[in-house]
Ligand binder design. Structure first.
Ligand SMILES: Cc1cc2nc3c(=O)[nH]c(=O)nc-3n(C[C@H](O)[C@H](O)[C@H](O)COP(=O)(O)OP(=O)(O)OC[C@H]3O[C@@H](n4cnc5c(N)ncnc54)[C@H](O)[C@@H]3O)c2cc1C
Length: 368
């Protein structure tokens, strides 16, 4: 049996892929479906392609997602750059997306256990694994850990990145508001940026990442949002005419420090293996593809085609090859967008040299 820890995008993609390869798969997910998540809810063109491969696209299209073909970046001094995406992305809520993937996993024969947190994983590919939840111990031949950005499980696994404080907070809410159709906007403010794009049902998703030092001086989330809107005229215009339709969701300690894609004999997938800066709009794509890569490797190991060493080395190398450069470029772009003077110089440069904008857009993603 293969146990997948975490039923987000990476875990469910891995589970569907492994079940299709004939493996007996159980997903253990701490939360339930459907539910809202902190996410920009912009699915890049290649993420949409992976969802098609997983057989989920028809269910998502039935929800009438927004087709997104353009991107705009703005700075606090009003400067802006706008360009085309290399294909058509989708605006769809994580509420709909994760639920559709979980349904597809169940249809593929995966056992999906919800409301259950994995506390501990012990073992190896030679002797098998013990996966402990508060109520049971499960046994597996292989484990894929897809438990997201940061979890108590990372502490139990003694992962190095947990020893560093991560000074970032993420916020997200749905709004009713006026935005240009088919465009995702990234508005910068000192120490952060705010993504705005349409999702199904005519709603607008607002999601931001900020450094703690700019968030903490504000007394509340609404006070912070008011401060942020005052830092960029494009944001001020949006919030002046928008009404909030949901509660704000928040996450803290968002980690961008490098992680290992393999811990002991456990393959890590999605944000658990490494996180691309959200402004790249490609974390979901990397999670979906990473889950597929991990499941493919384990299916080959189970079939006796490769040994454990080749499985781990091959997966780590594939992760670095497919995602390493994109994650590094995303980190560089995020560091630049956090600095208003850099952006005030960079956006006019991107307007003057269109190839530069195209490079930043294509360099953070796989070919669609
Ligand atoms: C502010 C922000 C905005 C973003 N915007 C975008 C965007 O617009 N487009 C894009 O492509 N990407 C975006 N991303 C990135 C994207 O959200 C992630 O890359 C993606 O969700 C990763 O999927 P995952 O499956 O690895 O993790 P998740 O989707 O987080 O899933 C992990 C799952 O594991 C479960 N879990 C955790 N611990 C345990 C445990 N111990 N036992 C059992 N289950 C557990 C959790 O409940 C969760 O369901 C954004 C990220 C942030 C922070």
């Amino acid at each position: 049996m293969l146990i997948v820890v975490g039923g987000g995008l990476a875990g469910l993609s891995a589970a569907i892929t492994a079940a299709r390869a004939g493996l007996d798969v159980t997903v253990i997910e701490a939360g339930t479906y459907p539910r809202h998540r902190v996410c920009g809810e912009f699915l890049s063109p290649e993420a949409a392609g992976y969802l098609d491969q997983l057989g989920v696209l028809p269910a998502l299209k039935a929800q009438r997602p927004i087709s997104i073909r353009r991107v705009q970046i703005t700075a606090g001094n009003g400067a802006r750059w706008e360009g085309n995406l290399p294909g058509s992305g989708l605006g769809i809520s994580r509420y709909a997306l994760d639920h559709a993937l979980a349904e597809q996993a169940r249809a593929a024969g995966v056992s999906v256990i919800t409301g259950t947190q994995v506390k501990r994983i012990d073992g190896n590919l030679r002797d098998g694994f013990r996966v402990e939840t508060p109520t049971a111990t499960l046994h597996a031949r292989a484990v894929i850990a897809a438990h997201g950005k940061r979890s108590a499980l990372d502490k139990a696994l003694n992962r190095a990145f947990m020893r560093r404080r991560q000074p970032y907070i993420g916020l997200k809410a749905h709004f009713c508001g006026d935005i240009p159709p088919g465009r995702v906007d990234v508005h910068a403010f000192p120490g952060g940026y705010c993504g705005i794009s349409g999702i199904e049902g005519g709603r607008v998703n607002v999601c931001l990442l900020a450094r703690l030092d700019v968030f903490q001086p504000c007394a509340s989330i609404p006070a912070f949002v008011a401060w942020m809107a005052a830092q960029n005229p494009h944001l001020a215009r949006f919030f002046a005419g928008a009404q909030i339709e949901s509660a704000w969701l928040s996450i803290s300690q968002v980690p961008f420090t490098p992680k290992s894609a393999v811990e002991g004999d456990i393959l890590m997938a999605g944000d658990a293996a490494g996180m691309i800066a959200p402004l790249a709009g490609d974390g979901m794509s990397i999670a979906l593809r990473g889950g597929m890569l991990a499941a493919d490797g384990i299916a080959r190991w189970c079939a006796g085609e490769i040994d454990a060493v080749a499985l781990k080395r091959g997966y780590q190398a594939a992760w670095r090859r497919e995602f390493g450069g994109r994650v590094r470029l995303g980190r560089f772009l995020q560091a630049s967008i956090f600095q208003p003077p850099v952006l005030a110089f960079g956006l006019p440069l991107m307007n003057a040299v269109p190839a530069l904008g195209r490079y930043f857009i294509t360099g953070t993603r796989a070919a669609a």
